[in-house]
Design a protein around this ligand. Structure first.
Ligand SMILES: Cc1ncc(COP(=O)(O)O)c(C=O)c1O
Length: 353
């Protein structure tokens, strides 16, 4: 056991622990998501489900944005389809829009990407709209004949497994491996929750690396099952029972407070919060992003990078968007109150010096 005595367990960021009590079934989720469709184990397998459908009707190629979560490339490869990148700017816009065929559009960080409506109006395009960064219930997707929707239920709360796509309504058998992945994820989150419960205790690196490894193994398993994997019903019950509306309010409050504290000294992706948006995080820009991230981690502030550029993206595309090189997402989620946000702001200022 390795114990770091000079630090306490207080931290910002990292993975969610399970703190929800089941009160509702998947019906509430259907209501939040705005229609019938299929539940899947993850967002990537919801995308895989739509891709499998498109492949069955003769579509072999899919355009994806140059800025994306690498896990979305898994089902394309697993199905033997051809992926092509179109270039997007940090706000999601493009001057390189595909004119025909199947196109994935992501609503980044909770903001509406206008490209989706533009493409939906084009009869030559089959649109797949990714709502993973949109809080369930905050904005209803509108699927249509050539407009498919996919989402993940795992980005805004402690949901080990859960994704959804707007096609089909079948319930898929859940494999033993997926059940095991679900239990493993819960176990790791409970371990983390128990460990963090007393914020004044010393850091124990062996416990931290253990739950992090378990959670990372679950992600690898999901990568390996990226085409329409069924989801245990308890996982959906967990997602259904979350106080989504309260989550949205707190995130907006936290975002506004951090924005006030950091502006104008820190460069930000967005400088205001439109009424309908629930932010996934607070995205800042720093030329020394990786150094800033390391410095914050030594102060127990753990920030994700959304996202590094996948190796498959061609070099000439890489320069067009600063987010993969300089973007850092500060956590503003519902686990934090005003005093946490104030502390986060001062840690960011100190680490940026
Ligand atoms: C925009 C977006 N879509 C889909 C996914 C995949 O979701 P999941 O992790 O549930 O497979 C991610 C993952 O982070 C994502 O950011």
């Amino acid at each position: 056991m390795s114990v770091t005595t000079e630090m306490t367990r207080w931290c910002v960021g990292g993975d969610f622990e399970i703190d929800a009590v089941r009160t509702n079934g998947p019906e509430r989720l259907v209501d939040l998501l705005g229609g019938t469709g299929s539940f899947t184990a993850s967002g990537r397998s919801a995308f895989g489900r739509v891709l499998a459908h498109l492949k069955a009707i003769g579509v072999d190629q899919i355009y994806v944005p140059s800025f994306l979560c690498e896990s979305l490339l898994q089902p394309i490869e697993a199905l033997g389809m051809e992926g092509a990148f179109y270039v997007v700017s940090p706000d999601g816009s493009t001057s390189d829009r595909p004119r025909a065929g199947a196109v994935l559009v992501i609503h980044y960080f909770g903001w509406t990407n206008p490209l989706a409506d533009e493409l939906a109006a084009d009869p030559e395009v089959i649109l797949i709209e990714d709502f993973a960064h949109v809080l369930p219930g905050s904005r209803k997707p509108v699927p249509g004949a050539n407009r498919y929707v996919v989402t993940s239920l795992r980005k805004f709360g402690p949901v080990p497994l859960g994704g959804w796509c707007s096609i089909g309504h079948e319930s898929t058998q859940v494999s033993d491996g997926m059940e095991a992945a679900y239990l493993r994820s819960i176990q790791a989150r409970l371990q983390r929750g128990a460990y963090l419960a007393d914020r004044s205790l010393a850091v124990d690196e062996s416990i931290e690396s253990n739950y992090r490894r378990e959670l990372s193994d679950v992600e690898t398993f999901l990568d390996d099952h990226s085409v329409f994997s069924g989801v245990p019903e308890e996982a959906l019950g967990l997602a259904a029972s979350l106080p989504w509306e309260r989550i949205g309010h707190r995130r907006r409050e936290n975002w506004e407070r951090l924005n006030q504290a950091l502006s104008p000294r820190v460069r930000r992706l967005h400088d205001e919060l439109p009424p309908a948006v629930v932010p996934l995080g607070f995205v800042i820009r720093d030329a020394n992003r990786d150094r800033l991230r390391r410095r914050l981690a030594t102060r127990r502030v753990f920030c994700p990078v959304h996202w590094r550029t996948p190796g498959a993206v061609p070099d000439q595309v890489v320069e067009m968007n600063w987010l993969p090189r300089e973007g850092l997402t500060l956590p503003i989620d519902q686990r934090y109150d005003a005093s946490d946000i104030d502390r986060l702001a001062s840690e960011v200022e100190r680490a940026s010096e």
